[in-house]
Design a protein around this ligand. Structure first.
Ligand code: KG4
Ligand code: ZN
Length: 327
């Protein structure tokens, strides 16, 4: 089964061709990072216009790299939710047009589930369910319960900023360019994670929910002083120590809440996805403490991409057809 995956939920325009569920023949991603950098975050209207602009070229490239053509595809999968409204509409209409024109079945998939599916695509052993899924990106911070692959129930979510967004905002405070997550990781390697005692918000009545806005404000006060008006010059070492201290508490929070969820729901494995899961520090910390098997995506699959959409589409389509045969 040859599947085309189409992704445009936020600021990446992506097409990929996947054979079956896991064999990636091409994975083309046109990132809009440079376009949004001056705004310190994604500018939704610009994002959808850019998707329209680059989709045809991204598709051609994906088909070429996979050495195939539209007529040879068995299925088109598109990320249909959640995401920026305008960006989603562009991807969905592009996919519908292709499917209709070439007479290929079309399936819509959930972007959050696809992030977790990317961990499955990268795994070399059988994953046991039920599992806990953690999606950490610039747009999402979610804990989900997965009774099986391709299904999820949200059990924890952020009340304010997404984790990646908090990394990006702290990076801006440290005068680093957008997106700041990878740069914070680099600075943190040279810093003292115990120097500043930042705290992450806890929600008493919902212990699996997240809150990073207070943490971000503590960093703001540390950088600018208590009245947050002045901008004292920080030494390079102070910047590294702030990055390391922020990263330490942020990661400790998501790891402890994931393990709490594992215990509460009696889960047998953990799947992780999203841009922040690219962090090697997060991976090391998680592996050190997880009592059950832990699955991260290959680094090339952590950011938004079409391969995870195609893989999940392929899996769900086969499942639907199997059910039809059984019925
Ligand atoms: O999944 P993604 O590519 O896009 C969406 O937001 O959907 O995630 C991008 C986010 C950005 O906020 C970026 O700063 C963060 O992932 N990120 C990281 C790292 N690499 C990317 N955050 C912390 N450490 C990293 N190494
Ligand atoms: Zn995403």
């Amino acid at each position: 089964m040859l599947v085309l995956g189409i992704e445009s939920t936020c600021d990446e325009t992506a097409c990929a061709v996947v054979e079956g569920e896991k064999t990636i023949l091409s994975n083309v991603i046109a990132s809009q990072t440079a376009l949004h950098a001056p705004f310190g975050g994604v500018f939704p209207e610009l994002a959808s216009r850019q998707h329209i602009e680059v989709f045809p070229e991204v598709l051609q490239q994906a088909l070429k790299e996979a050495n195939t053509s539209l007529e040879k595809l068995d299925l088109i999968a598109v990320a249909e939710k959640p995401g920026l409204m305008g960006s989603l509409l562009v991807g969905i209409h592009f996919a519908k047009g292709l499917a209709l024109g070439a007479n290929i079945p079309l399936i819509g998939v959930d972007h959050v589930e696809a992030h977790l599916f990317s961990a499955y695509m990268s795994a070399t052993e059988e994953i046991l369910f039920p599992a806990i899924g953690l999606v950490v990106s610039g747009g999402h911070t979610l804990l989900v319960y997965m009774s099986e692959l391709g299904s999820h129930q949200i059990i924890g979510r952020t009340r304010d900023d997404a984790l990646g967004e908090a990394f990006d905002k702290v990076a801006t405070l440290l005068s680093l360019p957008y997106p700041g997550g990878p740069l914070i990781e680099q600075l943190a390697k040279k810093g003292d994670p115990q120097r500043y005692r930042f705290k992450v918000g806890q929600i008493k009545e919902r212990p699996l929910d997240f809150s990073f806005s207070g943490l971000k404000t503590s960093v703001l006060y540390q950088v600018k002083g208590q009245n947050a008006h002045s901008t004292p010059l920080l030494s390079d070492q102070e910047k590294c120590d702030i990055a390391a201290s922020f990263q330490r508490v942020a990661f400790a929070d998501i790891i402890s809440k994931t393990l709490l969820a594992v215990k509460e729901f009696g889960c047998k494995s953990i799947l992780i996805g999203g841009g922040v899961s690219n962090s090697s520090i997060l991976r090391d910390l998680f592996f050190q403490v997880s009592p059950i098997p832990l699955y991260f995506p290959h680094k090339a699959l952590t950011q938004d991409n079409g391969a995870m959409i195609a893989g999940l589409g392929s899996y769900l389509f086969s499942l639907e057809n199997k059910l039809k045969v059984v019925n």
